[in-house]
Write a protein that binds this ligand. Structure first.
Ligand code: KG4
Ligand code: ZN
Length: 336
């Protein structure tokens, strides 16, 4: 069987990334140019700036991925690109680049769903992992509980009704003055705080046991801060964010474990930027062990946005025969 080497491009948010991945599992090279430092100044991702930076960065990032792999275009079997969901102007840069390359080099083009990419990060981290398994996707824009039935075949079992988990982290971090991106900062500060100091609501959605709601927890944190200010009381930021983090983690863990158990899948893989959270990882690892569930968690650099995960997802699409034409467009709200 011939090896399939895919060059993958990711530009859906504020990372310009390119990776070369062999047979969906082996990362030959992976380059990530993050714009976090630029957007930090504005307290969040500014879409217009993200698009401009992608345009500046994309060619050097691709060149570096090829150079790091010690490869030329002759070694590449297909071009893959994230075409949604994400910021439309950011996605368009990657999509236009991938189409231009596919056309000029006469190579097949494979469009990839960003969330499918996040899930596929697990295939890189765990070369022996095969579907079916339960998946928890938690990122800045998404919170999904899914059954991964087969490669590229998903059943969404639960989703957030309001804020995504990462969005809640980012908003709370801004409110307590920690800045952007909030997730890693809250993660770090929480280690110094008492997670039981403040009781925040564990919201559930009636008749939808697998759905999430994080706006209630976020509002409770904002109320807590406002009340303290009115009473001129000092707040203990570490205690506050540790308690918030625990509330979010509890909501994620209880439902993920419930799915892994009730579905009989007995395997749980997490994915997305929030999957890098240390409290979420530790709690899930413990609970999975207790319940006899195998737990899969990608390393830090595979959790947050990268192109290696897109190359992994693209491989399984490629061998199924998925090919996109030069009419491929960015789809900001692409469904899984
Ligand atoms: O997957 P990702 O890089 O981009 C999207 O597709 O959204 O996820 C970014 C999100 C941000 O909201 C960020 O605050 C969050 O992931 N995040 C974390 C951690 N690291 C990143 N949240 C909690 N704990 C972390 N350690
Ligand atoms: Zn992402």
């Amino acid at each position: 069987k011939k090896d399939i080497t895919i060059l993958a491009i990711e530009s859906s948010c504020d990372e310009t990334a390119c990776a070369i991945v062999k047979n969906g599992r082996e990362v030959i090279s992976s380059v990530i140019n993050t714009q976090i430092a630029i957007h930090t100044e504005y307290g969040g991702v500014v879409p217009e700036i993200a698009s401009r930076k992608h345009i500046e960065n994309i060619n050097p990032v691709i060149k570096k991925a090829l150079a790091d792999a010690n490869m030329t275009w002759d070694d590449i079997d297909a071009i893959a690109v994230t075409y949604g969901p994400g910021l439309v102007g950011a996605l368009l840069v990657g999509v236009a680049e991938a189409k231009a390359l596919a056309w000029a080099l006469k190579k097949p083009l494979v469009g990839v769903h960003h969330i499918e990419g996040h899930i596929s990060a697990n295939f890189i981290e765990y070369p022996d992992l095969k579907p079916p398994f339960a998946g928890l996707v938690v990122s800045g824009g998404h919170t999904h509980l899914i059954k991964v039935l087969d490669y590229g075949e998903y059943e969404i079992v639960g989703r957030t009704r309001d804020d995504a988990a990462g969005e809640a982290f980012d908003k709370v971090a801004r409110a307590v003055g920690l800045g952007y991106p909030g997730g890693p900062k809250i993660d770090k500060l929480s280690k110094e705080g008492n997670p039981d100091a403040v009781q925040f609501p564990r919201a559930h959605v009636d008749d939808a046991p697998y759905d999430f709601s994080f706006s209630g927890i976020k509002s409770a944190v904002l109320n807590y801060i406002n009340q303290a200010e009115m009473k001129h009381e000092e707040i203990n930021r570490a205690d506050l964010v540790a308690s918030f983090q625990k509330a979010v983690v509890d909501a994620l863990v209880s439902r993920a474990i419930m799915l892994a158990k009730e579905s009989g899948l007995k395997k749980l893989a997490i994915a997305g930027g929030v999957a890098a959270n240390s409290c979420l990882n530790e709690t899930l690892r413990k609970e999975c062990e207790k319940e006899g569930i195998e737990f899969y968690s990608p390393s830090l650099l595979l959790c947050t946005d990268n192109a290696a995960m897109i190359g992994a997802a693209a491989y399984y699409e490629y061998i199924k025969g998925t090919r996109h034409g030069l009419d491929l467009n960015a789809v900001p709200n692409l469904k899984l």
